[in-house]
Design a protein around this ligand. Structure first.
Ligand code: COA
Length: 374
């Protein structure tokens, strides 16, 4: 057997998928065959969520039913609200999301039923409840009263409402919706692969999503959108940007929001998100971060030929929308639950235990002698 090591599974094709296709050679991404940019232009996030979970775009009756189910499942149990109230206020919201989904698994009557039908019902419940859990923590940690979900509002509007008590203008909601569409799915990235790996032992969907959230938290994955904002805050003013990025490159620092394992000449999601970042900056009459964005990007491409990934424009966009920086990756979670769930169901449908090999490089065989401290 070959012992060639492919660290990070670089370039390894481990399975097939029908959920999405990343095409780095043409900078393109499709969900179930539809280009993500077109979905951003013509669809609401709920329609894309339906597409990812159900393999096709909905007709009007299917959409109505899907939205009804999502709205009917937004509320949390009293128990979960209490648990969130008692969480340390300094907890990272990603840890809150991870714990909340885990508790949902304790409370769900169908936890041990992994049939396709039960998994679809559970996926929808996790999808509907996670934003409520996160928004509840958002309010509680700053001493504010929890705002319960409102059924009259769309998924995106409701999240703003539960966090801030009001829904912003429609252009801001659209930009948020677009970010959710772009974050919804991206093939075998590390958190999705984590979810599939957990599923491959025939474990349940709550466990797989809990693990995926832990994986997404890392700064090399979803956590990058928060790191981008920390970087932009450090740079502070456009006048500082050139010096900052040149210094960072001189010191061989990893610049967050740049680079990608699959895309090497640009992330297909960036142009769309960049456009909506610009729209939000214009509405908020604050071009500071846009100017910093452009300067850093130009230098990264010119000096390193490394392009931004989708976390680069989403970070400052969420900041301008008013979200705390540590809520950026949790927003990624509420969207990616759709992609994770689709992959979990796909893994169940054609499962093979994921169990790679390792080349041993530890001690040679040793003999146990009588221990001299006895
Ligand atoms: N800043 C500076 N240099 C970078 C870089 C970045 N963001 N991303 C990659 N590079 C450099 C590496 O240092 C490496 O240089 P070397 O060959 O001289 O050592 C080269 O480009 C290849 O990068 P590597 O880390 O091996 O690629 P990868 O496919 O393993 O990593 C990422 C991909 C995403 C982990 C990496 O680009 C990164 O850390 N980016 C920042 C975090 C981020 O934005 N993550 C979100 C991804 S969507």
């Amino acid at each position: 057997m070959s012992e060639e090591i492919k660290k990070g599974l670089l370039g390894i094709v481990v399975d097939e998928t029908e959920v999405s296709k990343v095409m780095p050679e043409i900078n393109s991404l499709t969900y179930r065959g539809y280009a993500a940019q077109d979905l951003c232009e013509y669809c609401r996030f709920e329609e894309v969520a339906y597409l990812i979970l159900n393999k096709d775009l909905p007709n009007s009756i299917q959409l109505k039913q899907f939205e009804k189910e999502e709205k009917n499942n937004r509320e949390l149990s009293k128990n979960l609200y209490e648990i969130i109230k008692h969480m340390p206020k300094k907890s990272h919201p990603m840890d809150v999301a991870r714990t909340a989904v885990s508790v949902m698994g304790l409370e769900d009557k169908e936890t041990s039923n992994s049939s396709p039908e039960a998994n679809m019902r559970k996926a929808l419940r996790i999808f509907a409840k996670t934003p409520t859990a996160l928004a509840a923590f958002y309010r509680i940690r700053s001493g504010k009263k929890i705002i319960k979900p409102k059924k009259e509002l769309t998924f995106a509007e409701n999240f703003f409402y539960m966090c801030f008590g009001k829904v912003p203008q429609k252009e801001i909601v659209k930009a948020f919706d677009v970010s959710l569409i772009l974050y919804a799915e991206h093939s075998f990235n590390v958190s999705t692969f984590t979810a599939r790996t957990i599923t491959s032992s025939l474990s349940d969907i709550h466990g797989a999503i809990t693990g995926a959230i832990a994986s997404l938290k890392g700064p090399l994955h979803g956590g990058a959108n928060e790191e981008v904002m920390h970087m932009m805050k450090k740079i502070k003013k456009p006048e500082n940007a050139l010096k900052w990025i040149n210094n960072a490159l001189k010191n061989k620092e990893v610049v967050m929001g740049f680079g990608h394992r699959v895309y090497k000449s640009g992330d297909s999601r960036v142009p769309t998100m960049r456009q909506y970042f610009g729209k939000v900056a214009k509405i908020k009459k604050d071009k500071t971060f846009e100017k910093i964005y452009d300067i850093v990007e130009k230098v990264m491409i010119k000096k390193k030929n490394i392009h931004p990934n989708v976390d680069y424009p989403t970070g400052p966009t969420y900041h301008l929308m008013g979200f705390d920086t540590d809520f950026f990756t949790p927003i990624f979670v509420i969207s990616r639950i759709t992609g994770w769930s689709a992959h979990i169901m796909e893994q169940h449908a054609a499962n093979k235990l994921i169990r790679p090999l390792a080349k041993y490089k530890g001690n040679k065989h040793r003999k146990v002698m009588e221990l001299n401290y006895r």
